[in-house]
Design a protein around this ligand. Structure first.
Ligand code: CP
Ligand code: NVA
Length: 302
């Protein structure tokens, strides 16, 4: 593994290895035998806001012996229009790895190609692979290693967003059942589903059907970063897909609710549900650190 640009480009085996390493690094936090990033500087290049991703990567790089360097596109020449391929060729001569949060997946792909650096997707409009690795780590902590086998996982709301797409590729690679529920216009396009060719992905406009028998029920904001102008027009159509106590009556006994955060209470999730499932939801946030350390560790050894 040279970079982590998407879940799509990982194999099931690679996902399982990253999860196993994530569990190990979490158990060994504070007394790691090796410092694989010693002497290295990793740039965090962010064009969008972040709390969890920025903090977990800055802490993770440091704990593995490296130095994180945060670069907001507002303060670099990227914000004034310097092309990504020029920025990439400059940074490629100075730093040892890059962690990028941006809009267009192609910018990430171009950065990796022009810099030659190990490059990590810290969220694009297309995918959010680090969050999915943290979510799978959390699922395994709650239900056991490999417990996603044969499990039904539901994702409700704006299901064709970066989180939904990463979940779809995880379902394809690992083979669990993924039920996606949202308004018709927000369901994955037929060409997306054809490219995935994954019979264990179910799409429905019926929220109860998606949740029925599901062990993990996921949601995310209805308005992803960059879509703020669609607020209002977009929101109304999503209310039938709100994760609330009534809907969760259809879920499997012992179910968990996941949310990548930040959450918008009263919209995609109710306050009572978020608070009832805060243990799992904040474990997802914590596990960003451990899952990403597994990614950094693996890339440092490539
Ligand atoms: N879940 C997540 O990526 O959070 P941030 O936007 O705070 O980084
Ligand atoms: N889909 C959300 C995820 C935030 C972590 C967004 O892109 O804003």
């Amino acid at each position: 593994m040279k970079s982590l640009l998407s879940i799509e480009e990982l194999t099931g085996e690679e996902i399982c290895s990253l999860l196993a390493l994530g569990h190990k690094l979490k158990a060994e936090r504070g007394h790691h035998a090796e410092q694989p990033l010693a002497g290295q500087t990793w740039a965090l290049i962010f064009s969008k806001s972040s709390t969890r991703t920025r903090v977990s990567f800055e802490v993770g790089v440091s704990e593995l012996g490296g130095r994180p360097m945060f670069l907001s596109t507002r303060d670099t020449q990227l914000g004034r229009g310097e092309p990504i391929k020029d920025t990439a060729r400059v940074l490629g001569r100075m730093v040892h790895g890059a962690i990028i949060r941006t809009f267009d997946q192609q910018d990430l792909v171009d950065f990796a190609a022009y810099s030659g650096l190990p490059t990590i997707n810290a969220l694009t409009d297309l995918e959010h692979p680090c969050q999915i690795l943290a979510d799978l780590l959390t699922l395994e902590e709650i239900y056991g290693v490999g417990a996603w086998r044969g499990m039904k996982i539901a994702f409700l709301g704006d299901v064709d967003n970066n989180m939904g797409r990463s979940w779809m590729w995880a379902a394809k690679r690992l083979g669990f059942t993924l039920a996606l529920a949202g308004p018709q216009h927000a369901l994955p396009k037929p060409e997306t589903l054809a490219a995935l060719d994954c019979p264990s992905i179910i799409c429905t406009t019926d929220a109860a059907e998606a949740v029925r028998g599901a062990m993990v029920i996921n949601t995310d904001t209805w308005i992803s970063m960059g879509q703020e102008s669609e607020k209002g027009t977009k929101e109304q159509a999503f209310f039938p897909y709100q994760v609330n106590a009534e809907l969760l009556r259809h879920a499997a006994p012992g179910h968990s609710v996941f949310h990548c955060l930040p959450a918008y209470r009263g919209y995609e999730i109710t306050d009572d549900v978020l608070e009832a499932h805060a243990g799992a939801i904040f474990a997802e946030a914590e596990n960003r650190l451990h899952a990403q350390k597994a990614v950094l560790y693996t890339l440092a050894q490539a």
